[in-house]
Design a protein around this ligand. Structure first.
Ligand SMILES: [Zn+2]
Length: 372
């Protein structure tokens, strides 16, 4: 096993921190560790999930309390949010947090300056295209006006300090993204504008927004992140298979396409894409999806099994509470260190190769493609 405890991390996909999450009760805390949308939330759902039981023990160790849920909740509540930030983010050796601004809603989380101040970590920003498209629909009336505003906004991303664009097409009409007829896009835009809560949902509109994203990314040499694979029940998982993105990668060969979450459970498919398309990248996130050590170990081997290490990036996908960003770092270092160590034992890699590949995965590739 390679010891990666001191290797600096670039967390290339995570989310913001709640302004104050120190007083969460047990029910709310469990929610932070589940993608289940049940209402009411099934009480057995998280408490019998192996990943949560493991996480509680790690968190209890950091807090210096008994390794059970009640003790963890009590120990968190006895600390200020600032103390929790320092305890978890101050010890994780993270150089950069690259934050997706689309979730949670901006009014629930610290803004980027506050996040940098709270965490002591440099913060980069990815802009979620569907959120931008809806916001601009509120500021414009005609389709052409909206489309021009969208193009102009995305086209100024680099100038505004954004380090990449993000799409959640997988959560809408799916990743089979084509080139829609403009009349269909115009009609779908009209229906969106009349919705009580506008949402980029219909396929012509989703595909059109992604097309604008890819054009803007190509012009500014920005990477584009796509949600792929495991998400909450809002996504139709059948439409989130990363293989659907192959035609888009052929259409925009100059754009680095980062497919998030190891596209779990399609990590092998994703690794094959990264082996065959020069612009395809595998993000493996270690706080979410919620998996056991064994499964994260398998996923890491699947990524490394086919994809060049220059196409694999570490992330946490952590949301809301600092222990998730920290848990991602702990789990990611462990899984990548174990997988590379085993590849040395198997004769795939020399020790020096393994060290070099670890540095690429944990920070080097992200620094290169996001220009950090
Ligand atoms: Zn995410």
């Amino acid at each position: 096993m390679l010891d990666l405890s001191h290797i600096p991390l670039v967390d290339n996909h995570c989310h913001g921190l709640f302004a104050d999450g120190s007083n969460l009760d047990a029910a709310a805390y469990r929610h932070r560790f589940s993608e289940c949308s049940g209402d009411p939330f099934p009480p057995d759902h998280t408490t019998t999930a192996a990943h949560y039981l493991w996480a509680l023990r790690q968190i209890a160790g950091a807090l210096g309390c008994e390794a059970d849920e009640d003790a963890v909740i009590e120990a968190r509540r006895a600390r200020t949010q600032g103390e929790l930030d320092r305890l978890f983010l101050g010890t994780a050796s993270i150089d950069w947090l690259l934050v997706d601004d689309g979730y949670p809603a901006p009014d629930q989380v610290s803004d980027r300056d506050e996040l940098a101040a709270r965490s002591g970590i440099r913060v980069g920003w990815l802009e979620r295209a569907e959120t931008v498209a809806v916001r601009l629909a509120g500021d414009t009336r005609r389709f052409e006006e909206w489309d021009e505003a969208l193009t102009a906004h995305l086209g100024s991303a680099r100038r505004r300090g954004v380090c990449g664009l993000k799409s959640v097409a997988a959560y809408r009409s799916g990743l089979m993204i084509g080139e829609p007829d403009l009349d269909d896009v115009r009609a779908a835009h009209g229906r969106m504008a009349r919705m009580a809560v506008p949402r980029v949902q219909e396929k012509p509109l989703v595909d059109h927004v992604v097309g604008r994203v890819m054009e803007a990314a190509a012009a500014q040499e920005l990477p584009v992140q796509f949600h792929t694979g495991y998400g909450d029940a809002d996504a139709d998982l059948r439409l989130a298979d990363p293989l659907h993105l192959a035609p888009l990668m052929r259409r925009f060969p100059e754009v680095a396409v980062v497919m998030l979450h190891g596209a779990y459970p399609w990590t092998r498919s994703l690794a094959v894409l990264a082996a065959t398309y020069a612009n395809a990248y595998v993000d493996v996130s270690y706080a979410i999806p919620f998996l056991t050590a064994h499964e994260q170990h398998a996923v890491t081997h699947q990524a490394l099994g086919a994809a060049p290490a220059s196409r694999i990036l570490y992330s946490s996908d952590a949301v809301g509470i600092p222990e998730q960003h920290w848990l991602g770092a702990v789990r990611g270092r462990r899984a990548v260190g174990a997988a590379l160590g085993e590849m040395v034992d198997a004769g795939d890699l020399s020790g020096a190769d393994a060290e070099r590949l670890a540095a690429l995965i944990m920070h080097g590739n992200a620094r290169r493609i996001y220009g950090l």
